[in-house]
Design a protein around this ligand. Structure first.
Ligand code: 13P
Length: 253
């Protein structure tokens, strides 16, 4: 059976203020209820996860934007995968380019993935090149990032992961600057081929590949129909319940 398409809202540090965040959660939950063919995941700032967990109601699932590389111990400011699971979180974004830019290494990403899987969370591994050169150098970068990040993951756990292809050059712009459906199609094929060669699994055991980088109501439909992906990781458009609802509608079909 085909997997459900998935749309994940990465709110990053938005919206500003508790009241607006609560309103956004309630509005997006209502949109998600309308588009049941899509799995909708909301990733608010982590301080809100515990409260929002009590408001999930079956329409949406919750995701964290990061998790600790350690299981526990003296790591001030970190929070563990087991605690996320205990409070009702099911997904976690790992290795986002904005965290890598703050110094996160492939080794830390690999440890986080392992801990997420061990604790029953679905990790969303973000990979993506800084720029697309005409010689295809970016494909080697992508390959290396993918394999180093996945080094702690066993073959049997591969299907428990989601891979988000998020080219850095396309993040935080507009639909016109996002990847085109044909380029996305090729890149998704490339990622799948790399994983098939490396792990020797059947295609049905591959992770879901999703796309992030300026997904907006204007490009969601063409990207989902021609991009060879199973969903989206949405940044700025997820801070507007109307826009987010339009994206859900396009994916719902
Ligand atoms: P934008 O949709 O704002 O480009 O952000 C993409 C992203 O980084 C999601 O994780």
């Amino acid at each position: 059976m085909a997997r459900k398409l998935i749309v994940i809202a990465n709110w990053k540090m938005g919206p500003s203020g508790y009241k607006k965040a609560r309103e956004l959660f309630i509005s997006e939950k209502a949109k998600a209820k309308k588009y049941r063919k899509v799995k909708t995941v909301l990733c608010p700032q982590s301080v809100l996860l515990s409260e929002f967990s009590k408001m999930q109601n079956g329409s949406v699932s919750l995701g964290a934007q990061d998790v600790s590389f350690a299981e526990g111990g003296s790591f001030t400011g970190e929070f563990s995968a087991s605690l996320l699971r205990d409070i009702g979180v099911s997904f976690v974004i790992v290795g986002h380019s904005e965290r890598r830019a703050l110094g996160e290494t492939d080794d830390a990403v690999s440890r986080k993935l392992g801990l997420a899987v061990k604790n029953g969370l679905t990790p969303i591994l973000c990979v993506g090149e800084r720029e697309r050169d005409i010689h295809g150098e970016y494909l080697s970068i992508l390959r290396q990032q993918l394999f180093l990040s996945l080094s702690g993951i066993q073959r049997k756990d591969l299907s428990k992961i989601i891979v988000a292809y998020e080219p850095i050059w396309a993040i935080g712009k507009t639909a016109d600057d996002a990847v085109t459906p044909d380029k996305l199609h090729q890149t998704s094929l490339f990622i799948k081929k790399m994983l098939l060669e490396r792990y020797g699994v059947s295609p049905s055991s591959l992770p879901a590949i999703i796309y992030g980088g300026s997904v907006e109501p204007d490009n969601a439909e063409e990207l989902i129909s021609d991009g060879n992906v199973e969903g989206f990781l949405v940044g700025h458009a997820s801070l507007d319940a109307g826009d987010f609802g339009e994206i859900l509608k396009s994916v719902n079909g």
